[in-house]
Design a protein around this ligand. Structure first.
Ligand SMILES: Nc1ncnc2c1ncn2[C@@H]1O[C@H](COP(=O)(O)OP(=O)(O)OP(=O)(O)O)[C@@H](O)[C@H]1O
Ligand SMILES: [Mg+2]
Length: 333
């Protein structure tokens, strides 16, 4: 079980309204990612669901029951934070056991759950170590283990990977996705990293100023962003936006075209410009192109071996069926 419904939920801190009325349904077993810029209300929304903050109005239901006024401990949800706050003087085993000890779970049941969690998280060989003897990724896994043994109906993660270095983030991202495949428990995951959102989510909720801009699967948001904000937020490098006559020819105020939907050529194409910085990633190269007369900079993804250099003239051709069109309000046409 782990179906969570928010019905006209609002939150204000004093006079400041942070979440305007918001409706959202999270289905049992779904991996839902809340994504959006800093300060948009992701953590607040998660804390409202967890019961760490009271809603100002509206209703939260968990598995059909009104949980709006339930204290956090009664909601059967487990939260994992960015700072994992383990007890330094306790072994990994004792850290993981701690919430069960508090809840009075019998010893043999504790043992069974610890072994299960350690196996799922590859921590079996580390159970007798202390947190200080672990890497950052292993510590984060212990924090997740402590959540798993509570057998919650949903896991709530608030930017759990942002303390880790880039390589470890990628590993942990895969491990959390794998864990979700194994446990099939509802997970709500907050991040401002759209790559994490795209790679992990069944369903992405894009937030701006406490307001839901769009809800959908990663590819739905990528293919059919509802507005310019979502179009610019989802996808890396960002979508190029073009206004003016070129957009007007398409009957739009603004057209959007992703860097991977433009071909670059040294000899001919629809548009032309001058190569600025070329970012070589090995597999791909991102060209930043100036003097196109379309936008200040156009970003184009080309093959890693592409051999134009800084200052060279380049011709660009968009894939016309991949153009996104927006009206003056930024809404998709
Ligand atoms: N306890 C509080 N009192 C007053 N304002 C708050 C409080 N907590 C959060 N806010 C405000 O609510 C807004 C949303 O904050 P929140 O922490 O939910 O953002 P976020 O999307 O998680 O951002 P980040 O990506 O930086 O973590 C911000 O403008 C923040 O300043
Ligand atoms: Mg936050």
């Amino acid at each position: 079980m782990g179906r969570i419904t928010l019905d006209k939920v609002t939150k204000s801190f004093g006079d400041v309204n942070v979440i305007p009325p918001l409706d959202l349904t999270i289905n049992d077993g779904e991996f839902v990612v809340f994504v959006g810029p800093s300060g948009c209300g992701k953590s607040t929304l998660l804390r409202l669901i967890a019961g760490l903050e009271d809603v100002s109005s509206g209703q939260i239901r968990i598995d059909g029951e009104d949980a709006t006024n339930l204290p956090p401990a009664k909601r059967k949800l487990a939260m994992v934070f960015q700072s994992y706050a383990l007890y330094p003087h306790m072994s990994v085993r004792k850290n993981i056991a701690f919430p069960m000890k508090m809840a009075g779970v019998p010893e043999d049941e504790q043992k069974r759950r610890i072994e299960g969690a350690a196996k799922a998280l590859n921590l079996t060989d580390y159970l007798d170590r202390r947190p200080g003897q672990l890497s950052g990724g292993q510590r984060q896994r212990v924090a997740i283990g402590r959540a798993i043994v509570r057998e919650p109906s949903a896991f709530l993660f608030d930017e759990p990977l942002s303390n880790l270095d880039a390589a470890l983030r990628v590993n942990m991202r895969l491990e959390i996705s794998e864990l979700h495949n194994q446990l099939k428990t509802t997970m709500i995951y907050v991040t401002h990293d759209q790559v994490e959102a795209m790679t992990m989510a069944d369903k992405i909720v894009v937030l701006r100023a406490g307001h839901i801009e769009q809800v959908g699967s990663p590819l739905e948001l990528y293919r059919e962003p509802r507005n310019k904000f979502v179009a610019g937020f989802i996808g890396s490098p960002k979508m190029n936006f073009i206004e003016g006559p070129v957009a007007a020819q398409q009957g739009a105020h603004t057209i959007g075209i992703r860097p991977e939907h433009i071909t670059a050529s040294a000899s001919d194409g629809m548009w032309s410009g001058i190569v600025g910085v070329a970012e070589h990633l090995g597999s791909d190269t991102f060209l930043h192109i100036h003097e196109t007369g379309l936008a200040e900079t156009m970003t184009v993804r080309v093959n890693g071996e592409f051999n134009l250099r800084h200052g060279d003239k380049v011709f660009l051709t968009p894939e016309m069926d991949k153009l996104h069109k927006f009206d003056a309000k930024g809404l998709r046409i």
